[in-house]
Write a protein that binds this ligand. Structure first.
Ligand SMILES: Cc1cc2nc3c(=O)[nH]c(=O)nc-3n(C[C@H](O)[C@H](O)[C@H](O)COP(=O)(O)O)c2cc1C
Length: 598
């Protein structure tokens, strides 16, 4: 930073540089919020108070008590809750920030102000850490909460049938208990940042009204904490592709690629278990077909949610077109007035069926209607980045990040369908090209800090984070105590990273490996069958403190693995069903059962 460009003197500038050099992204975000808080405070004439970080000292008004509860799986709700708490602290609010699994819900009746930030997982279910709180508040034992002010921020994804269901249920339960809604529930889709920032600003403004004596920071003076100058979804890093290789055999019916990207010059830091966010690009062929079906001019400049853009560019880079969500089909029915489309929307079974394997082009082909380019864009949601479990350890690969990508391609109704990001990475991106990326932290999928035993279960690309785990253990020279269960279709063509596992076995970083190749024999063999075969030893590992990891497909694998694990605990532990469930629950609570499923 140049002294001429800043209002700071040389001494102040040095101090600032020392503070920010090597700071982690979350520390920079915190500092950004802190400084913006100072700025807000300064404009209100309480610089002295701000300078000490004591925002209440000038007024000595009593702080407003606020409890912020979050329920998260992949960490987004947690990050939002933390940012909210930091902003609240600059507003004379005494924030208590609590993960839902560390909060006794009986305390609810003593709360005055409560903000809940919660995501939805599974099929409309609460994240694991929110299960107990959810059961309590939605159950018979929920207390009367008439004196409580509250608001809910719900995170979700509109492509799921039960969008933001957990947040909705908690919101309804609060209402039923008589709590006073400070602000209506806000439900965020995958592009959650702006809605979340607005809710944060609005809810803090509502809380400020509860303190008439206190000087209020205007909403615009408060830090949002989301747009700090670090690499993120909104400010991704341009990474060069260093290498790209197909790692399934030519005869395989699956195309899986290993990609290595350069992080040089970014200071990006990631941990094994984190995911890489990739800014996706849609297939140009699909873009062309949509334009042809609409009969509009391809580069007509149109108004989009991010300003004026040529229509083809908007479709390729900014809107979701490779899949259909309920929201889109509902809006299409309304906009076009099509009774046929409305009939699909009104029939759950038909709708489920239609959403599966169809995209927006199917709507245009099957239920044609005259829409302008702008009207069409209004129906669509923004193109969300795609997340890939990182398959490298930064300790081992330093300025690189590796991912494992399965190319999504299938045929439906005589037309080839392509996954937006997987085909972008597999087909259209070459070595030396640039790709926009950021790190999506996953604090709930971490190696145990003490080097205790790990059991890793993955099918297909679900093996990716375990490559990162073993790379990390190799750099730390931590041998043994690791067991991998891997499943795919065929040994000869689908054994991802085979040579690497063999190397780890030989060197002792991997102690045991069990493989399930489902189509190499008559009867289907999956990872859960291998777990069952090894149940005695597996239970012994759990009893000896092992952590159990599960990564991969939610629908076809994760459920079966969890049922099998529960069964193993019951049989091997000689437990009743109830006892086995509470053993399993304890594993989750102690973060010894961790899942990254999609
Ligand atoms: C396996 C899985 C299942 C999900 N199920 C739902 C769902 O049923 N409904 C929904 O609205 N969102 C669902 N989501 C989307 C998450 O709620 C969304 O990604 C959210 O931003 C995650 O927030 P968190 O990091 O705080 O957990 C699901 C995500 C995953 C990975």
């Amino acid at each position: 930073m140049s002294i001429q460009l800043s209002p700071l003197n040389e001494f102040q500038l040095k101090a600032l540089e020392q503070l920010t050099q090597g700071a982690k992204p979350e520390q920079v975000i915190w500092l950004s919020g802190y400084f913006q808080g100072l700025a807000g405070s300064a404009t209100l004439g309480s610089v002295a108070a701000a300078g000490t970080g004591q925002f209440d000292s000038a007024t000595s008004a009593e702080k407003l008590p606020l409890t912020i509860l979050y329920g998260t799986h992949t960490g987004r709700s947690e990050a939002l809750a933390k940012a909210l708490c930091e902003q609240g602290s600059t507003q004379n609010i005494a924030c208590q920030l609590k993960p839902m699994d560390d909060y006794n819900p009986k305390q609810l009746k003593d709360e005055k102000n409560l903000l809940v930030i919660v995501s939805t997982h599974g099929e409309g279910e609460p994240p694991e850490m929110a299960e107990d709180f959810y059961e309590f508040i939605t159950g018979k034992r929920a207390p009367k909460l008439e004196g409580l002010n509250y608001s809910v921020l719900a995170l979700g994804d509109k492509s799921y049938k039960l969008f933001c269901q957990t947040g909705i249920d908690i919101d309804q339960a609060m209402k039923k208990a008589g709590a006073n809604e400070l602000l209506p529930i806000v439900m965020c889709d995958v592009d959650y940042e702006e809605d979340a920032a607005k809710w944060t600003t609005d809810v803090l403004a509502e809380l400020a009204k509860l303190q008439p004596e206190t000087p209020q920071h205007s909403a615009s003076q408060l830090a949002t904490g989301y747009d700090a100058n670090v690499f993120s979804r909104k400010n991704p890093f341009k990474a060069k592709v260093l290498d790209k290789v197909r790692i399934t055999g030519r005869e395989s019916d699956k195309e899986v690629y290993h990609l290595e990207l350069s992080l040089e010059g970014s200071s990006i830091h990631y941990e094994p278990g984190d995911a890489l966010g990739v800014i996706a690009q849609n297939p140009p062929k699909l873009v062309k077909e949509i334009i042809a079906a609409l009969g509009v001019i391809d580069n007509e400049v149109v108004e989009t949610r991010i300003g004026k853009l040529p229509f083809n560019e908007a479709l390729e880079h900014h809107y979701e077109i490779t899949l259909l969500t309920r929201d889109v089909i509902q809006k299409y029915a309304e906009k076009t007035g099509s009774e046929e489309v409305q009939a699909i929307v009104d029939d759950e079974e038909k709708l489920d069926h239609y959403l599966f394997g169809h995209d927006v082009l199917d709507l245009l082909h099957e239920f044609p209607s005259k829409l302008t380019a702008t009207e069409f864009l209004d129906l669509l949601r923004p193109l969300p980045p795609r997340l890939y479990s990182i398959s490298s350890s930064q300790k081992a690969v330093e300025d690189e990040v590796h991912i494992t990508v399965s190319r999504v391609r299938y045929e439906n109704k005589g037309r080839q369908r392509y996954g937006a990001c997987s085909t972008f990475l597999a087909d259209r991106l070459e070595v030396d090209d640039d790709v926009l990326i950021y790190i999506d932290k996953n604090p709930n999928f971490r190696l145990p800090a003490n080097g205790s035993p790990i059991i890793m279960v993955g099918a297909g690309t679900g093996i990716a984070p375990y490559r990162a785990f073993l790379q990390q253990r190799e750099t730390a020279n931590q041998k043994g105590k690791s067991w991998l269960f891997f499943g795919e279709r065929h040994f000869s063509s689908d054994f991802l990273y085979q040579l690497e596992w063999q190397k780890y076995l030989k060197k002792g970083y991997l102690e045991k490996i069990d493989l399930a190749f489902s189509r190499d024999q008559e009867e289907k063999v999956y990872v859960q069958h291998k777990l069952k075969e090894q149940q005695e030893e597996l239970f012994r590992w759990l009893e000896n403190g092992a952590s159990f990891y599960l990564c991969g497909d939610m629908k076809y694998m994760a459920k079966d693995v969890q049922i099998t694990l529960l069964d193993i605990i019951k049989t091997q532990g000689g437990m009743t069903d109830k006892k086995a469930r509470s053993y399993f629950k304890k594993l989750k609570k102690e973060k010894r059962f961790m899942a990254d499923v999609y």
